[in-house]
Structures are given as C-alpha cells and as structure tokens.
Design a protein around this ligand. Structure first.
Ligand SMILES: *Cc1c(COP(=O)(O)O)cnc(C)c1O
Length: 460
C-alpha cells in the first residue's frame, strides 16, 4: 500500500480554542451587530479571517527570538536578515519596515510624484491606496480570464502584456515610475503568475526603461506553483526558482506576515543605490533607523529563519495541500467556489450558495453570518458591504461577485479543522432554500465601512 501524505513537522505547543453552542453564537453575533470584525477572538472556533500574521512559527523561529539583538544600530539581527535577503532575492539594499504597507509608504515616497501612473496586475488595496493617496493612478492590467470564476487556468493571476504596453505607449516615460507585479495575485484570489509572464513583463519594462517592482507577500507560494505547474521547473528547488524570479526585478516590497511566517514585519529591497539613499530618509522618518526600521531585533531574527524555512518545498507543499483539501471537499459536496483553488484561500460563491437572498440584503455577509452561527467559523465578506457606496451618487455598489473568503493560516489548523469547515459549508448549502432573507444596515462609517458596520436582520 502506498503510504498516505503527512505533514513534515510535528506539534510542540498547542493553544486551546473555546467551543461554543449555536445558541451562544447567535447571541454573540447579535451583540456584535452581525459584523464578524467585532467578534472577540475567544468567540471564534476556527478563524479564517486572514492568513496575514496568523501563522505558527517553528521552534527554530522561537529560538531565534531569544537571540535577537536589540542594539539600535548595527544589530546582528539586521545582518542575519540581510544575508538571507541577499541570497534569496539577490537585492543588495533593503530597509526593514513594520509591515507591507509601511514598505509601500517608504518606497512610493521616494518613487512617486503627483500625476504619475503605476500599472499592475490587480494592485492590493493598500498598494492602490498608497498610489492614489499620492494623487497617482493605478491602471489594472490583469488578464481578462482572472474575472471568470469557473475558468481553470494554471496561472490565472498574470499581467496582460498588451494592456501593459498600451499604458506604456500612452504616457511619457517620466510619468511611469514603476510597474507593480503582485505574486501571487491576492486580489484575483491568490492566483499565481508564471515565470514566463514574470520574465516577459520584465522584458517589456526594460524596453521602456521602467523599473519592475514585485509585490511579494506570497512569493514562495508563487514559486511552488511554478515548480509544480510550469514546464522546465519541476527539478528546480524553490530557492532556485525564487532567485530566478527576482533576477527580473529591480525593486521589491513584502508583507512578511504571509510567506515570511512571522506575526509582524516587512521590508523593501532594491538594486539601485541612488533609490536606496532616497528611500532611506523616508524609512528613518516613518519607520526607524535603517538597521531596524519598524522591527525589533528578535522579529528580524525570526523573519530570517522564516524566509529560509518557508522556501523549502515540503513546507509549501503541506500548506497548498491543505488549501486544496478544502477545495476537494467542497467539490465532493458540490459547493460552488472560485476556481481553481488559489494559494492561501478559498472564495465561496455566495450568490450560488444562497440564491434566495436579495442582493440588497448583502448575500456574502449573510453567508458569513450563517457560517459563524453554524460552526463558529469566521470568514470575511468580499461583496457589496466591502464595495461600499458610489462616492458621487451614494448608492450601494453591487459587484458582479459576492464572495466569502476563507483564508487559511499557515501551520495553524489541522486537516480535521478543515473538514469541519467543509461540513459546515455543506450544511448551509443543503438548507439554502430556507435562507431567504439577509441583513440591513443600521450604522455605517463614511469610508471603509466594512470594519465597523452595524447590521440588523431583515424581518419578513
Ligand atoms: C498583505 C499584503 C500587502 C500589505 O501588507 P500588510 O503587511 O498587511 O501591511 C500588500 N500587498 C499584498 C499582495 C498583500 O497580500
């Protein structure tokens, strides 16, 4: 008999999670005004709100925490991080920051001026925020197929080179300070980008003399997909693939809370000394002195170990398998989700799961509340509450898709937890015809309403 798969680690410390009854959860979610962000974590059984900063560190990362060097300048922890960044990404200069958006703040302060254009493949929301905050624009050049939820493509997060070249052709070179390539493409559902597309994007940028910035939150998961899906990479190690990816890049920003497997941290790195010198002043103003930026020494140590460990095939294989396990179970139960499964999350197709709920009553949010009440599972709505109101008409915007994202933290839950999630979703799907009403808004903030919105049940 062929031996079944099992994880390449065992568990040294456990953290108890509180179980609860349906009746308790009904009361708690009512008290939270039907907003999952307002629930205290001890009222959640399986928390799939995000995979950012929520992973489990390894024993070696915890050990590295004890040997962190908290010197203000020239800490050994900074040198350890520098060594792994140079060997993995080949970038000679870097600046630590407290998380990914801080890295964006530092580098875009040095790079962008009002009126600039920064094209990309579905910019992440903080990235877009930092671009638009500087009165610049962020045209989206993602391939059209990314918007088709049922289309199966191995690399569904790619840059459309024709769209990108069109942006390059229609603006003077000085107006485009860089192109942003996000791997994996978070906004398009954690979908990967092939090495071929990374190389071709870089070649196009080079032809127009525009630097390529890689937004790198899930770079290791992207490298895993290249190894397992792209011809010519099966025999290469993840580290070799990562080195090749970054040989095409001029600048990187990273939220280390994802593939760095730390709870907080990030950095920006670059090849150009002049750009580094410029960015350095902003890093010192916004984050901290250059050899710690926004991070403590112990956190830089843990990140150095995390980057090394999480660029090994076995670690990534365990993670992607777990995401795929959830997808496979949903397939078995016939529950619709955005296909194919991405690297870090499953996006449930709420319109198909709850066909009887009117869109004015927030379909994906209704599904999120049902899933919480069913089993204490917390996902996050990516639908019309998040889409907010039109800034001019103040009418609610209804996006084409109503999704409930279930993000899977790294090494935090076992496959048994995943089975509970799949079964809970199945139970809701089976009684979908009995769920005919949703929620209405009682309070909302003028911007970013999803974090603080208060809802009440629609009574019919
Ligand atoms: C998370 C993320 C960011 C922002 O990072 P934070 O650490 O949350 O500030 C930027 N880009 C992508 C692709 C991300 O996933």
């Amino acid at each position: 008999m062929e031996l079944p798969y099992s994880e390449p680690y065992r568990i040294k410390a456990t953290e108890a999670i509180r179980t609860s009854t349906r009746q308790e959860r009904e009361e708690w979610i009512r008290q939270a005004r039907y907003n999952l962000f307002k629930l205290d974590s001890d009222k959640v059984f399986i928390d799939l709100l995000t995979d950012s900063g929520t992973g489990s560190m390894s024993d070696n990362q915890w050990a590295a925490i004890m040997t962190g060097d908290e010197s203000y300048a020239g800490a050994s922890s900074y040198r350890k991080l520098e060594t792994i960044i140079r060997s993995l990404f080949g970038m000679p200069y870097f600046l630590p920051t407290h998380q990914g958006r801080a890295a964006e703040n530092v580098i875009f302060s040095a790079l962008l001026k009002e009126g600039d254009i920064v094209p990309g493949n579905s910019h992440f929301d903080t990235t877009k925020g930092h671009i638009e905050f500087r009165r610049c624009s962020a045209p989206d050049c993602t391939i059209d197929e990314a918007a088709d939820t049922q289309k199966e493509l191995p690399f569904k997060g790619e840059m459309d080179l024709e769209k990108l070249e069109q942006v390059f052709k229609s603006h003077p070179r000085e107006k485009i300070p860089c192109t942003v390539l996000t791997i994996t493409n978070n906004t398009a559902g954690g979908q990967p980008v092939s090495m071929r597309n990374i190389r071709q994007t870089a070649e196009l940028c080079r032809r127009y003399n525009i630097p390529l910035l890689i937004d790198s939150a899930r770079f290791a998961e992207n490298a895993y997909f290249i190894k397992t899906r792209e011809q010519g990479y099966a025999d290469k190690s993840i580290k070799e693939i990562v080195r090749e990816i970054y040989s095409y890049a001029d600048i990187m920003t990273i939220s280390a809370k994802k593939d760095g497997v730390v709870n907080m941290g990030g950095f920006t790195a670059m090849r150009d000394k002049e750009l580094f010198t410029k960015a350095m002043s902003y890093a010192i103003m916004f984050e901290g002195y250059i050899t710690y930026g926004g991070m403590s020494g112990r956190d830089m140590n843990a990140l150095a170990v995390g980057l090394d460990e999480n660029t090994e095939f076995e670690q990534l294989d365990a993670r992607i398998r777990q995401v795929k396990l959830l997808a496979d179970l949903l397939d078995e139960y016939g529950v619709p989700y955005q296909r194919p499964a991405g690297g870090h999350a499953i996006f449930l197709d709420a319109k198909k799961i709850l066909p009887a709920v009117p869109r004015e009553e927030f379909i994906a949010q209704t599904l999120g509340i049902e899933l919480y009440i069913e089993a204490g599972i917390r996902g996050v709505e990516i639908g019309s509450i998040l889409a907010d109101r039109d800034p001019v008409t103040r009418e609610n915007r209804y996006p084409a898709l109503e999704l409930l994202r279930l993000a899977i933290p790294r090494r935090l839950y076992t496959d048994n937890h995943i089975r509970v999630v799949a079964a809970a979703v199945r139970n809701i799907y089976e009684r979908r015809d009995s769920i005919t009403s949703g929620y209405e808004i009682e309070f909302e903030a003028p911007i970013l309403r999803h974090f603080t919105v208060e809802l009440k049940k629609v009574q019919r």
